[in-house]
Design a protein around this ligand. Sequence first.
Ligand SMILES: *Cc1c(COP(=O)(O)O)cnc(C)c1O
Length: 494
Amino acid sequence: MKPDDLDERFLGTEAGERAYRAATERAVDAAVDATDTEEPFSGVEPDAVRAALPDDVLPESGVGLDAAIDEVADDVLSNTVNASHPRTAAHLHCPPMVPGLAAETMVAATNQSLDSYDQSGAATVVEERLVGTLGDLFGLDEGADGVVTSGGTQSNFQALLLARDRYCLERFDHDVQAAGLPSEAEDLRLVCSAEAHFTGEQSAHHLGLGHDAVVTVETDDDHRMDADALDETLARLDADGKEVFAVVGTAGTTDFGAIDPLDALAERAAAHDAWFHVDAAFGGALALTDDADRLAGVERADSVSVDFHKLFFQPISCGALLVAERGEFGYAARNDDYLNPADSALPNLVWKSTQTTRRFDALKPYLAFRALGREGFETVVETVLTTANRAATLLDSSPDFTLLAEPSLNTVLFRYEPRELSDDDLDALNTAAREALFRDGRAVLARTEVDGVEALKLTLMNPLTTLDDVADTLDALRDVAEDIDAGTLTARDA
Ligand SMILES: *Cc1c(COP(=O)(O)O)cnc(C)c1O
């Protein structure tokens, strides 16, 4: 005998459909409330959350779905960071756009798995179309292909995995997939700029090469990899008998949004038979704008990482890895009888991915591209770039702030310097002010280090953020900093 309430637990029956619609409506109401708040963050401390959540996550009998949703709305959502708030400006953490949210609903309810055609049908073809479109957008050749990933971390890892394995096969006639690392592995090096993302080092570790396999190249005054320094580095590595298997260019560094001279890097990588990977997780969206030529050289890449959950404004998580030659995915591919037998005529995308079961995240950018078109996207991206430029002008004209760099993308680096203080005290003041502001909840901004000093960072991801919102953020910072000034620093100075 089937328990009475089983029908309403699943889609596929009238009771289930009713329950799904009702629960979704309740969930949507809760989500809308959580994204329409006065302040970006409640400032809640982790211990307060721990105390508020029920101890028994798994009670013997459940509280019912309505009550569980209400509980989550009250105890959890109200204490999350509102990514859609105009004063949330810390990380590359976007307000998700409505088409992406609508897609997410369909992704969840239809629950397709992109590893095999027999778990996804048309969804597989949508992903093929999407990565094809992306390849065209970056000017890759006809033979290019791609796969949807969880984001830049996974994309960069897979790119470097393919790079290492191609290099070992071509250079040492060694098949890493079958035989593991070759005896020459300790000489393998990957070259990137000193401001490249940490996932390069992380990948080197995961690939069995270690952080020491990453050789960083100095950047110029604009924080771009210096091509002359790259030449010197490569010459030195050659002289030392090192094996450079990959050159990584960054299109949009995390702090400065700097874009490496990709053409120059492509040339050096080709001369060294090294894989040329472009990490465009952040800056890839420029391809949608009039400034696409700032990415010149990306079309020569062996692989490109793109994050849809950054400047493409899709809900987390959503990224892609493109490769210039479809067959290159083969270095990490395998066939398994139950999932993608070698003789299957169907497109089973599992061979291109480091995941097995995989979400239909492709639908988010696909639906958004169809809905907005390139022009619609360009407007959104250019809006945040313009806001960043205006914010920089505002900071530059405020006597108590120092602008540390002209924005390249939508990050703005600055320092709060309200009066004569030692560098150490200014560092301490900026650190403490940012922490106090986060706890205060009126604005969320980030910290980083620039040339050895503590810096503050606005990452202006919200197209609805106005210059007034930026001014309010700076005022909130002044407010909380005043209290710190009066307390710790003055006391320490005295
Ligand atoms: C965000 C980012 C990453 C990491 O990507 P995730 O999507 O967070 O996994 C890597 N590289 C760059 C340049 C990034 O901006």
